[in-house]
Design a protein around this ligand. Structure first.
Ligand code: PMP
Length: 373
């Protein structure tokens, strides 16, 4: 039996392959579980959306999510996980507001549009410095760590581990004994095992690898919480958010609930090593279709910096691009139009994208080439 609302059937089963960069596809078991307990969460007789953020039921969710994320990242009690609002973009200013003290410089590795945005926001707050940049070749690579030139008094170094628009990804991370490293991991958090203990702060908008939009995860070392500026307005203060377990004001409860379910799903899949294998296999289907195409398709990122999350490519014959996108959509492959700064196509294949989805896109690419060359 179907349930109808506003003339629409709500219990539908048709799913397509959604390659959008975010909000992005979510694991189907997560959606089904959320649907199954939507009207009555944990025998409360209420939807999870209706329960108080101060209730013990919601506290259980937020603490479980913090716990699961810490387990997956293998970090201990010297870190807190904060669930904040305002998107990853708010962190572009919140980080320097809290941590960039006068007489020091915020250092940046510029590897794409979001790194640039983070840099520009920090420049409104204090002194900034570009330690390395890949702007010279439209961000198709990641500068190697030995090329970084840090400023004299670095407050921290900021990197963007995966560049959603350009499709490049850090393969190794900088690490210093005396300079905190801060990472925007919005588009590759939990996609592979990392040594999270090397980072002073990791942040990510949830809407790619962690859940729906509306919540931003900030994993912050206690030393940064302690050192943060205490004269800021309340909602900008990491120490207040941490002291109140992200419950100083009303947090985005439904988004946090879904993040918790996504974390449960990742753990059930075998954790981050399993995610890495899954993601590498998926990405290889599509990169192989590019590499064996005799330049019919051309990858944007240099091979050694290719992202397993966002695969960017153009068609040699630009006139075919509109037809590529519309034919793909007819096959149920959507969200593959590239960002205007690169042009062409971008397939975003975060953790929740299935192998079948990537295989279907790769098969379509091979077939499209045959028909059009
Ligand atoms: N950083 C990266 C790497 C991103 O991909 C995005 C969004 N696409 C952002 C930051 C901005 O995130 P938000 O929309 O949550 O502010």
């Amino acid at each position: 039996m179907y349930i109808k609302l506003g003339g629409k059937i709500l219990l539908m089963t048709k799913r397509i392959y959604n390659f959008n960069p975010g909000p992005a596809t979510l694991p189907l078991p997560v959606l089904i579980k959320a649907q199954s307990e939507f009207l009555n969460f944990n025998d409360t007789g209420m939807s999870v959306m209706e329960i108080s953020h101060r209730s013990k039921q919601f506290e259980a969710i937020i603490f479980e999510a913090e716990d699961r994320l810490k387990k997956l990242l293998q970090i201990g009690d010297d870190y807190r996980v904060l669930f904040l609002q305002g998107g990853a973009s708010t962190q572009f200013s919140m980080i320097p507001l809290n941590i960039l003290t006068s007489g020091k410089e915020a250092n940046f590795v510029l590897t794409g549009s979001f790194a640039e945005k983070a840099y520009k926001e920090a420049a409104m707050i204090g002194d900034v410095h570009v330690a390395a940049t890949a702007e010279d070749s439209n961000y198709n690579y990641i500068p190697t760590i030995d090329k970084y030139k840090l400023s004299e008094n670095p407050a921290y170094l900021h990197i963007t581990t995966n560049n959603t628009i350009f499709g490049t990804q850090f393969k190794e991370y900088p690490n210093y004994s005396d300079v905190p490293v801060i990472a925007d991991m919005s588009s590759d958090i939990l996609s592979k095992p990392i040594d999270a203990n090397k980072f002073a702060l990791i942040y990510a908008g949830a809407q790619k690898n962690l859940g729906p939009s509306g919540v931003t995860i900030v994993v912050i070392h206690k030393s940064l919480i302690e050192a943060s500026d205490k004269s800021l307005p309340t909602m900008q203060r990491y120490d207040i958010m941490a002291k109140n377990d992200s419950l100083y004001n009303t947090p985005p409860t439904f988004s946090i609930y879904l993040v918790n379910l996504v974390l449960e799903w990742i753990i059930e899949q075998g954790g981050l090593s399993a995610m890495e294998l899954h993601n590498e296999e998926k990405a290889s289907y599509i990169y192989n279709a590019i590499d064996t195409s005799n330049d019919f398709y051309k990858g944007h990122a240099l091979p050694e910096y290719r992202s397993t999350m966002n695969i960017t490519f153009t068609l040699n014959n630009k006139d075919l691009e509109a037809s590529f996108i519309s034919k793909a959509a007819e096959r149920g492959l959507i969200g593959i139009k590239g960002h205007r700064s690169v042009g062409g196509m971008r397939a975003s294949v975060y953790n929740a994208m299935s192998k079948e989805g990537c295989r279907a896109l790769a098969d379509f690419m091979i077939e499209f080439q045959k028909t059009n060359s």
